[in-house]
Design a binder for this molecule. Structure first.
Ligand SMILES: Nc1ncnc2c1ncn2[C@@H]1O[C@H](COP(=O)(O)OP(=O)(O)O)[C@@H](O)[C@H]1O
Ligand SMILES: [Mg+2]
Length: 270
């Protein structure tokens, strides 16, 4: 027989699917701020936050919400070369694919953009921008100077964080939206809503505020960490459910199980 925890476990497999978007206080605020920024005469907007705080999810959501109203594009994976990036921009501007070996003349691309000024308002969502080198970031800035394309640049802190932040963004990005790790309240909403969406009422109810506190303490409210932790908690629960059901309390999660999950993930060392 399949354990009910097997389903619960799958709920927390990391995926950026906007269908799974949950409105949380932090994501709502950031979303509103981005939406408003897009309407302002800005060239670049920075979406900033540690890995796992929900940046990709937010960009995906923004794209879904605006795609019928605006000329908006989501570059979810960074281009591996300048050439590939130019090809992607060319496609956005003209709707045409270039043959793979074609070299794109960057100044021609900028001139083309300048001509579009006032005629088209293109928004490009650039995820994982910490992967773009300084040279390409400079090109992106030049494109945004044309004012035909506005970039929402999402990036997380890396070792080069200072370099990227100082050299490229400080004076140029005109608005910064920051995503932080979730509060205990947001984390509770997140965990419960995810479970309730799959009709896992009893499991959701078995996670009380004290359990959420524990999970928040271990994961610091980081969604990706929380996904891993929930997965591990239900993995342990699944084991007991199948092998030692007398040791499991279905209406009240055991702190022991959470601790076992924490050990498994290396949050607790024994
Ligand atoms: N608002 C949200 N609604 C639902 N799930 C979310 C939300 N924000 C984050 N998540 C979850 O957290 C994980 C990490 O989010 P992600 O957007 O990939 O973070 P980042 O891009 O900042 O590294 C996602 O796979 C998703 O499961
Ligand atoms: Mg991401």
């Amino acid at each position: 027989m399949k354990s009910r925890y097997a389903v619960a476990k799958e709920v927390f497999v990391d995926s950026v699917d906007t269908m799974d978007y949950i409105e949380l206080e932090s994501s709502y605020k950031a979303f509103k701020k981005l939406e408003q920024s897009i309407e302002k005469p800005l060239k670049m907007i920075l979406l900033f936050g540690s890995p796992g705080t929900g940046k990709s999810m937010l960009l995906g959501r923004l794209y879904e919400k605006l795609k019928d109203k605006k000329e908006i594009h989501y570059f979810d994976t960074p281009a591996i070369s300048q050439k590939e990036f130019y090809h992607k921009i060319f496609l956005v501007l003209t709707g045409k694919e270039l043959p793979p070996n074609t070299e794109v003349n960057f100044s021609a691309l900028v001139n083309y953009c300048k001509k579009l000024r006032g005629k088209r308002e293109i928004v490009i969502l650039l995820d994982e921008a910490q992967m773009y080198g300084p040279e390409l970031m400079e090109k992106i800035r030049l494109l945004s100077d044309s004012r035909a394309i506005k970039f929402i640049v999402s990036l997380h802190k890396t070792e080069d964080e200072d370099l990227i932040a100082k050299a490229h963004f400080q004076s140029r990005i005109w608005e910064v939206v920051e995503l932080k790790n979730a509060s205990v309240e947001d984390l509770a909403t997140y965990i419960h809503k995810k479970l309730l969406k799959r009709n896992l009422f009893e499991i959701a109810n078995s996670l009380k505020p004290k359990h959420i506190q524990m999970i928040h303490k271990f994961t610091r409210g980081n969604f990706r960490e929380c996904n891993k932790m929930m997965y591990a908690i239900f993995e342990v629960s699944e084991y007991y459910d199948l092998h030692e059901p007398n040791k499991i309390n279905y209406t009240n999660m055991s702190r022991k199980i959470i601790e076992m999950a924490a050990i498994k993930l290396g949050y607790i060392h024994v």
